[in-house]
Design a protein around this ligand. Structure first.
Ligand code: F6P
Length: 342
């Protein structure tokens, strides 16, 4: 048996442990693994590297993905799908493991349902917005880094009697912002799930907090919509998502706070600094388990499945159940945060 593995979409900590899991479980079954570089681009262009035991040693602690990644969509490239199918045949692949988020797995789902490709998915995203799995690796590390940033900002906030705003990633889902706010004891959080965030409610609460302690912290997700704020046009990627290069939502919130409250405020934008670095133990274990399970699913010929974490179990679910609808922050979760802002 020969299996191909690729990592697509935004990188995140846990991908390297997952690759290690795939390769070591394949070795366990006496199979060969070949890595395709830069996501679906690797399968379109035949960019490969052999993956043996030497390649996966020391990988558990490494952020990013050793295979490289891209947001290439074979369905958007001229002849892209045909090239993928041809390369699967020419490289003699018996199965493909596609590691990615909604977009990468959306392609995997189509290749399975339209072309019967023997494919298994491994979910990853720091946004934790993939349906059909409780958590994705990358998220825990991102939240740990963001909480650390919030606590660092809080020191300056206290010293200078300022309100500190932390802008975190999360284009469509506010899980990183929400967990960071709860775990880091922020005083408010602004999420992309709200059609338009309630700025007056935030200001009213911050006034109360500021009177009490002469400082406060706010976490804002990069995808939050601030009423009245001027939005610059952003580019779209091959999957139709906005590329939020400017990351200016945090600054918009600072401007409003300074104008309305007459209090000094500052913003910290951590951007990609929350998406790299050594994975937390949670992400290492989830990653390596997901990689091993993906190979087990191939052995059982359970194609069209994605590895999912349900409670403490890793199991196979239909890829189609994971794509199409993002898992966004529920009212129950945002109410929990609201209840903690006192
Ligand atoms: O999809 C994960 C994510 O980190 C989003 O939170 C963020 O908006 C986006 O990727 C950034 O993408 P890029 O690395 O292409 O700028």
């Amino acid at each position: 048996m020969k299996i191909g593995v690729l990592t697509g979409g935004g990188d995140c900590p846990g991908l390297n442990p997952a690759i290690r899991g795939v390769v070591l479980q394949a070795i366990h079954f006496g199979w060969e693994t070949v890595g395709f570089n830069e996501g679906w681009r690797g399968l379109i262009q035949g960019l490969t590297e052999p993956l043996d035991i030497h390649k996966v040693e020391g990988l558990m602690s490494k952020g990013g993905t050793m295979l490289g990644s891209s947001r290439t969509n074979p369905y958007k490239e001229e002849g892209g799908v045909d090239k993928v199918l041809k390369n699967i045949r020419e490289f003699g692949l018996d199965a493909v493991v596609a590691m990615g988020g909604e977009d990468t797995l959306g392609v995997a789902n189509k290749l399975y349902s339209e072309h019967q490709v023997n494919i298994v998915g491994v979910p990853k995203t720091m946004d934790n917005d993939l349906s059909a799995t409780d958590y994705t690796f990358g998220f825990d590390t991102a939240v740990n880094l963001a909480v650390n940033a919030l606590e660092v900002l809080r020191d300056t906030g206290k010293s200078h009697r300022r309100i500190m705003v932390l802008e975190v990633m999360g284009r469509h889902a506010g899980w990183v912002a929400l967990y960071t706010a709860i775990a880091g004891e922020a005083d408010w959080v602004l999420l992309p799930e709200d059609e338009e965030v309630d700025i007056d409610k935030m200001l009213e609460h911050l006034e109360k907090v500021y009177k009490r302690r002469r400082t406060a912290t706010v976490v804002v997700s990069e995808g939050a919509t601030i009423p009245g704020a001027h939005l610059k046009k952003e580019e779209l990627d091959e999957f139709g998502h906005m590329i939020l290069k400017r990351r200016e939502v945090g600054r918009q919130v600072v401007d409003i706070i300074e104008k309305k409250m007459k209090v000094e405020a500052r913003v910290g934008v951590i951007g990609h600094m929350q998406r790299g670095g050594p994975p937390t133990i949670f992400d290492r274990i989830l990653g390596v388990r997901a990689g091993v399970k993906a190979v087990d699913l191939i052995k059982e010929k359970q194609f069209g499945k994605m590895v999912a974490l349900k409670g403490t179990e890793v199991l196979g679910v239909d890829i189609k159940d994971a794509v199409g609808k993002l898992k966004t922050v529920t009212k129950e979760w945002s109410d929990l945060a609201l209840g903690l802002f006192k």
